[in-house]
Ligand binder design. Structure first.
Ligand SMILES: Nc1nc2c(ncn2[C@@H]2O[C@H](COP(=O)(O)OP(=O)(O)OP(=O)(O)O)[C@@H](O)[C@H]2O)c(=O)[nH]1
Ligand SMILES: [Mg+2]
Length: 459
């Protein structure tokens, strides 16, 4: 437990342009309740009376109080205050919340007043969460979930962050770790008691357990949902010049992000816009029209278009319904790396000029708006599909996790190929330490003792 009591404004700092109706100041630490008494009870600070003072309201009950400067006694604001008793709080320490009016002067004076108590200091960034972690209130993945929740911009990001905050990743990584530790206990037993008759087939069983774990972690490492949630699902619009690719981008972006003109070869660079598509973050890219370009700049544009199409999560081939679109389609499709017929979409624009009904294509018109609801629906469906892959498992969300998981998987691989049991055990231990780093649980030896004891008694 920490010795110091910390405090911070939990809501955005009010500015002249953006004052808030409310501001919330939080305190956490052993003297938070003292601070509450001293800030709300006239003369209490002078008399030096502390917690369990009659002025202290019942815990978890919001009450209306005047907030005073402890030294001058001047009333700063009137607002709702509440305190929470340790250890059943967010940080595990005694906590106080002051709900004040969100003006600059109010918040400034309140923060000053707390500072003047002399036993509180301003929290460093992330310090409330750090204390919660240190006091075992959450693990690292859950702390990261909170950060992601605050940063979430779309419904999909919010849902994922909430799941992580509530321990979905923690449970997954912890269950893998427990399985690894169990296998390790068997190996350790075989090392420590080589003469005892260990059950037949134990070695095979342990091997199989380690191998399954390695495979599951391998599959998890291939999961790109987390990346898509963070950076956006990448969608590339490609097609021949003048088909209306830029027009479609502008329509979906609801702004003129790309230049539209009747000149074929207008777009040269890849133009990106960020969208919220059915709750998922999306990066939509407009690209240069695909053709044997007459000049080197346009050739470079075509190269970039093909490159973007090959790395995108989803490709939209836009064709012009007024032209020979079948021939265009059949010419372009083989040049698109990574085209997935069951997922990527062929779109037929300008149906206001040439109505078309054909299987396997989505007719629409940027100009008349025909077919657009259908197109949007299909797009959202495709993105939903991308994000639903492996949805029974929480996705890999951070580079930090990926690094540790790669290390874990490699160590498991080494363990499986180790020439002797002691080396296999050592690699398995390294693998579990890497997993423990993700959640912040690294006291492996301690746990191992417990499991090992169970194992010996059970035998
Ligand atoms: N009639 C009609 N014209 C359209 C439609 N959509 C786009 N256009 C026109 O088609 C021309 C080309 O549109 P762009 O969006 O610039 O086409 P692009 O595919 O981006 O072309 P490049 O950048 O040259 O590859 C413009 O004059 C648009 O106004 C449509 O639905 N109907
Ligand atoms: Mg264009």
């Amino acid at each position: 437990m920490s010795e110091t009591t910390i405090y911070a404004l939990g809501t955005p700092t009010p500015s002249r342009a953006h004052p808030g109706a409310l501001s919330v100041i939080r305190l956490s630490g052993p003297r938070a309740a003292d601070a509450l008494v001293f800030l709300t009870e006239e003369g209490a600070f002078e008399r030096g009376r502390s917690a369990r003072h009659p002025a202290l309201p019942a815990p978890r009950r919001m009450v209306l109080r005047s907030l005073r400067d402890p030294v001058t006694g001047e009333i700063i604001d009137r607002g709702l205050v509440v305190w929470f008793e340790a250890p059943h709080t967010e940080t595990g320490e005694t906590m106080v919340e002051l709900h004040l009016h969100g003006g600059r002067a109010v918040v400034g004076a309140a923060l000053d007043a707390i500072g003047r108590l002399g036993f509180c200091r301003l929290a460093e960034p992330g310090e409330f969460t750090r204390r919660a972690f240190q006091n075992g209130k959450l693990d690292l993945t859950e702390a990261e979930g909170i950060a992601d929740l605050v940063a979430a911009e779309t419904a999909g990001q919010r849902r994922q962050a909430l799941r992580q905050m509530e321990g979905a990743l923690h449970r997954l990584y912890d269950s893998w770790r427990m399985r690894g530790l169990r296998a390790l206990a068997h190996l350790e037993a075989a090392i420590d008691f080589p003469d005892e008759d260990l059950p037949d087939g134990l070695a095979d069983e342990v091997r199989a357990a380690i191998d399954t774990l390695r495979q599951e972690i391998g599959a998890h490492l291939l999961d790109r949902r987390g990346e898509r949630l963070r950076d956006g699902v990448s969608i590339a619009i490609v097609g021949p010049p003048n088909a209306g690719k830029s027009s479609l981008l502008n329509l979906l972006a609801r702004r003129d992000a790309a230049i539209v003109s009747e000149t074929a070869g207008t777009t040269r660079d890849v133009i990106e816009v960020h969208l919220d598509l059915g709750g998922w973050p999306v990066v939509l890219a407009d690209t240069a029209g695909l053709r044997d370009a007459p000049d080197t700049i346009e050739q470079e544009g075509v190269r970039r278009a093909l490159a973007r199409a090959s790395t995108a999560d989803l490709r939209l081939l836009v064709l012009d319904a007024t032209g020979d679109w079948q021939r265009e389609r059949d010419g372009i499709l083989p040049t698109l790396e990574g085209w997935q017929p069951d997922r990527d979409l062929v779109l037929l624009n300008k149906t206001d000029l040439a109505p078309v009904e054909a299987a396997g294509v989505l007719p629409f018109s940027v100009r008349s708006g025909a077919g657009l609801p259908d197109l949007l629906g299909r797009l959202e469906e495709a993105v939903d599909g991308l994000m639903a892959e492996g949805a029974d498992r929480p996705p890999l969300t951070r580079a930090r996790h990926r690094e540790a998981l790669l290390e874990c998987r490699d160590a498991l691989q080494r363990s499986l190929g180790a020439p002797e049991i002691a080396l296999a055990a050592e690699d398995l231990r390294l693998a579990m330490r890497a997993l423990g780093r993700i959640t912040g649980t690294v006291r492996i030896d301690e746990l191992l003792d417990v499991i090992f004891r169970d194992f010996c008694i059970g035998k």
